[in-house]
Structure formats: C-alpha cells, structure tokens
Ligand binder design. Structure first.
Ligand code: SF4
Length: 336
C-alpha cells in the first residue's frame, strides 16, 4: 500500500490517519515486518490489524560479489519465484538496480532475461522489498543513494505497480528517496511514457540500441509496435526540470549497430532532445549470439557523437564476471 492507500484502509477501520505514518516508519525506517512489534500502537490495534493485513517480504536467497565490487542479490518471492537486483559501487555510495517483473516478455535479442519470458509482474511491495531487504535487512546495510528500475523486466509493462512502488520509495515516511535519484528505464513502450511524465517526476532512461527501424526491429521486437518516430516523439514531450536529461542506453554490438555511419544517424535522430548517451559495449553471456566491438570501434562511435556535442559516455561493464551486467540477469540460482 502507498501511504494514502494505508490511510484509507485505516479510516475504514475507524482509526486515525496518522497511524499510517507510524506504520510506514516502522516498515521503512526500521524494517519491521510484524505489526506486534510496533510498540507505539495500542495492543488491541496491533491485534486487529494483524488479523486483517500482513507485511509481505522478499528474502535474500543468495549474493555474489564481483571482482570490481559489484554485488548481485537473488531474492525469493513468496510464491517461490526468484528475481535479482544489482548493487553498483559509485565513488562513496551505492546505486541499486532493481527488478520490476519476474522475467520479461519484451524479448530483446541481446538480453538473457528476455529469453525466459514473463512469469509475472512484481507487486509494489516486491519492488520496494528489494530495497528494504538491503537497506534494513542486513547488518551495516549499504548507503543506497540512487535507484534504477532497470533490472529484470520492463517497468512500464507493469505500470501501476511500478508507480505505486515509486510513491512508497519517495514518500518521506517511506524510503524517502528524491525523485531525481530514481530512474525508470524502458525498452520503448511509447504510450506509457507520457503517463510516467504526468504521474511522477523520476528520470527516464530509454534503451535505444539502434538509430533506424530496420536495425531496431531486429534487436527489439517492441519496435515493430512502437517505431522510433513514436518513441522519440514521446521522449521529446517528457517533462523534466531544466537541468535534467533523458538517458539513452545504446548497447554496442559488433557488426550490428556499431558503425560510424550508424553513429552519425544516431546523432541525427537525437538532435534537439535534451539527453545523454550511455554506450554499453555488449556484455556477452553463455548463450549470446552477439559479440562486443573492439575498443577502437567503440571509441570511433563515441567520437562521432562527441564531435556533434552530445554527452556520450562509455559505461564500463560492471559485474561481468558474476553475470550482473546489463542484459545478463537470469534470476537463476548458482549451480550447487
Ligand atoms: S532488455 Fe529489458 S525489456 Fe528487453 S528483454 Fe531484457 S529485461 Fe526485457
């Protein structure tokens, strides 16, 4: 429940609204998962609410640490499904990349998650639960400063639950994240982008990966439904404070989308969009059909963009050795 939803729930029980804030603080500041432990609530109230509601949790089932310090966590959901999140070390804090669906039905050809199909949408508490489990569930929980909804799943394909999760994550009585510290990534569900712009103030990232429809159709089936013209039109209308920009993610795949001519086309496509471009050399995984370009090819691609005054950054693949990098999440347990 978001805070207003919990207030409404409590008012139906004839309780004061401010009790919702007390419960939120127990849940999201202290990590309490039992109403009985909320000692500033009357015992009778704790008993009543325990009989009507419960606090769902996600359990950390496994974690692995990469040579570069990136940590990958596997969570078990209450029905036994598993999802992953990735904790990325920045200079003096952490960024957490969380999942929004168990699996994904978007079928991007460069992505391991996409090969498993969609099992189900995550509920709001299962999205926020990945954050709570790390912040409050382990001793000396990490100082998570930024959240990216970029793990398993397409966030805008689970729109209502993602929005409710954002409301909980940004609530002062919840996790208290600032909207500018949260980024929602989409593979291109163009009609939902104006909704996100209207309903929230979070950052938008778009997984673009090609400068033309023909190449993008090959890589990302969603492009057949919402081609680049529709996607870019939605991006141009995305409302942001002046200093913010849309992030375009571009996975560089050898011989597919990494030529200088394609970089020039990309620059033409993005002309006039307030944006930065993250170039991600393809992260190979065991079943992948694609390869990573050479460092020279990556640099040549980037130079075309930089010469045309774009901010283009090559993102070092973090967590490659533990299959925690972009497109490598499987939600599978490690072999025993
Ligand atoms: S890249 Fe994202 S949207 Fe595409 S299949 Fe993978 S998880 Fe789904």
């Amino acid at each position: 429940m978001t805070l207003p939803e919990m207030e409404e729930f409590l008012s139906h029980l004839g309780r004061e609204k401010y009790r919702a804030r007390q419960i939120f603080k127990w849940m999201y500041r202290k990590g309490t998962v039992h109403f009985e432990e909320m000692t500033d609530l009357a015992r009778s109230f704790r008993e009543e609410i325990s009989s009507l509601a419960r606090i769902g949790t996600v359990e950390i089932a496994d974690s692995t640490t990469s040579r570069d310090g990136t940590r990958k966590f596997l969570y078990t959901l209450e029905d036994g499904l598993t999802v992953e999140s990735v904790l990325l070390r920045e200079r003096n804090h952490w960024t957490l990349c969380v999942s929004t669906q168990a699996g994904c039905r978007m079928g991007c050809r460069f992505c391991l998650t996409g090969t498993f199909g969609l099992k189900r949408n995550l509920r709001p508490g299962e999205i926020t639960g990945q954050v709570t489990a790390l912040r409050l569930g382990i001793p000396e929980g990490p100082d998570i400063r930024n959240l990216v909804l970029m793990g398993m799943g397409e966030p805008l394909d689970n729109y209502d639950n993602v929005l409710r999760a954002i409301r909980i994550l940004t609530d002062d009585c919840g996790h208290g994240f600032s909207n500018r510290r949260i980024t929602v990534s989409t593979c291109g569900l163009a009609p939902a982008i104006p909704d996100l712009s209207r309903d929230s103030a979070v950052n938008l990232a778009v997984s673009l990966n090609a400068p033309d429809d023909e190449t993008r159709n090959r890589l990302m089936p969603i492009n057949r439904k919402y081609p680049l013209a529709a996607l870019l039109a939605a991006c141009r209308d995305y409302e942001m404070p002046l200093r913010r920009r849309i992030t375009f993610e571009y996975i560089l795949i050898k011989g597919v989308n990494d030529s200088v001519a394609q970089a020039q086309e990309l620059a033409r496509l993005l002309r006039g969009v307030r944006c930065k471009i993250n170039l991600i050399p393809f992260n190979e995984f065991p079943e992948s059909e694609f390869r990573r370009p050479t460092d020279e090819e990556i640099e040549a691609f980037r130079n075309v963009l930089v010469e045309r005054n774009f901010t283009a950054i090559v993102r070092a693949g973090k967590g490659l050795d533990i299959l925690a990098a972009c497109g490598q999440l499987s939600g599978r347990r490690r072999p025993e």
